[in-house]
Every structure is written in C-alpha cells, then in structure tokens.
Design a binder for this molecule. Structure first.
Ligand code: FE2
Length: 246
C-alpha cells in the first residue's frame, strides 16, 4: 500500500493545492488524512470540498479542531486564537461540509495496513514529541506503522525488537527506509501550518510494500493565505506565523 499522508491542513487551501499538484503525477493507492482539516485558516470550505471530492481511496479521521468545529464540545484547552478561528469556521461552513465534519471518525482506525490517529492512538489530543513518549505508545500498540499528526512537526520514531527507541526530526525532503525489524510512528508534519521553522507545506508518501517513507516540502502562496485570514477578520497571529513556520 502506497499512501499519500497529509495532516493538519487547517483550512489552508493554497497549501493543499500545492500538495495536490506535487502528487499529481505520482503513483499512490490511497490518501490518508490524520485530522485537523479546518481551524486557524480562512478557507475551510475550499479545503473540505477538495478533500471530500478527491478521486480515489480516502482514509480520513477527525482532529481536535474538527471535533470542536463540529460542535461536539466546548473547546476546553483551545487558546483564544484557535477558539475564535474555530467559532468563525462553525459560522462559515457549508451544510455538506458541516455534515462531513460531524461524520469524520475518531481515530485510531486501521486501514491499508496502517494505523491512523490524530494525536496518539490512545488520545487524539495528546502531543507526541519525544522518544520516551513514543516508547510508551510502542509498548501499548503493536501496529508496524502508526501514522499520527497534531504536533505539526515531521518526525519518525522507531523501535527495534529489543525495545530500543530512536527518533529523529525530518528536515526538508527526505526518504527514510523502513527496516522490517522495526516498528514505526510517523508524523508527516502539517500541510497548512508547519511549526518547524520551515514555512513550506509538509506531507509524506508512505509505502508499506517498498518500505519507504518519503517526506516532502512544497512552497505555496503564503501571502494569499495570509490575506484571506486577515480579510476574514481572524486573529493576525494566525496569518503572521505562516511566514515563519512557527
Ligand atoms: Fe493541528
């Protein structure tokens, strides 16, 4: 199974468009989205229309922002900018897109030989940043490849048969060979709001047959996305941070 893996699009349609045009000529069997389709950005309907109507096999789960926008909770734990953007999104969603968000499944789900989750397999709100935390997840979940998002940081953790955990942040474009003797936790980074000080949109292509994880970064029209955010009256910080990738 060869999967295009995207996460944390955050209503940034310019970034998503750049990702789609990068994969257009590439071969893949499915697209997996690890949640946070919306929130922060000003183009939720454009993003959801594109993701809903994407031709091909789709494996999608919800993120914490999708959950909040779909009004399944009160937004505890959201900072003020995130909360006001989510409330704005709620008011601007089309009916089909609202229904789509409401029906998005909670991870983890197992599809195509991968486990998909937003934060971690045990908790969609949990941030996985370090090897210690990754090790605890490897102890609890046996899957050979777990795909996760939420941190907006491209990274790969693995564990060998003796229980030794290794993790490394992925800088820029990279192809990582997946050792059959190891299990993996793979985060493709964020399409719409990267936070590793690289403003380019981040995603991955993970191939379970060839055993490779390819990380890719693509430039997109950041100024256009920022203008849309400011025009919508969303918090200025949400526009500014895109330029720095923070
Ligand atoms: Fe996110």
């Amino acid at each position: 199974m060869r999967a295009v893996v995207v996460s944390d699009i955050h209503a940034n349609s310019e970034a998503l468009r750049a990702v789609f045009s990068r994969v257009r000529r590439k071969k893949f069997d499915c697209i997996a989205c690890l949640g946070d389709f919306v929130g922060y950005g000003a183009e939720p309907n454009q993003v959801l229309d594109a993701m809903r109507t994407f031709k091909g096999t789709k494996y999608y789960i919800r993120g914490n922002h999708d959950r909040f926008v779909a009004a399944l909770e009160e937004g505890n734990g959201f900072n003020p900018a995130a909360k006001s953007a989510a409330e704005w999104t709620r008011e601007h969603l089309s009916a089909p897109n609202r229904r789509f968000l409401e029906k998005l499944p909670l991870g983890p789900i197992e599809r195509g030989g991968f486990v998909l989750c937003h934060g971690s397999p045990g908790d969609e709100d949990e941030y996985v940043f370090n090897e210690f935390h990754a090790g605890r997840i490897f102890e609890t979940f046996e899957a050979p490849i777990i795909l996760y998002g939420h941190t907006h940081l491209p990274v790969i953790f693995s564990i060998d048969r003796k229980g030794k955990v290794r993790g490394s942040a992925v800088r820029g474009d990279a192809i990582v060979r997946l050792d059959p003797a190891r299990r993996y936790l793979i985060n493709p980074g964020s399409v719409g709001q990267p936070r590793d000080r690289n403003p380019r949109s981040s995603f991955a292509i993970v191939d379970s047959d060839r055993r490779t994880a390819q990380f890719l970064r693509v430039p997109y029209n950041i100024a256009k996305t920022q203008t849309a955010i400011l025009k919508a009256g969303l918090p200025v910080v949400l526009a500014n941070r895109l330029k720095w990738g923070t």
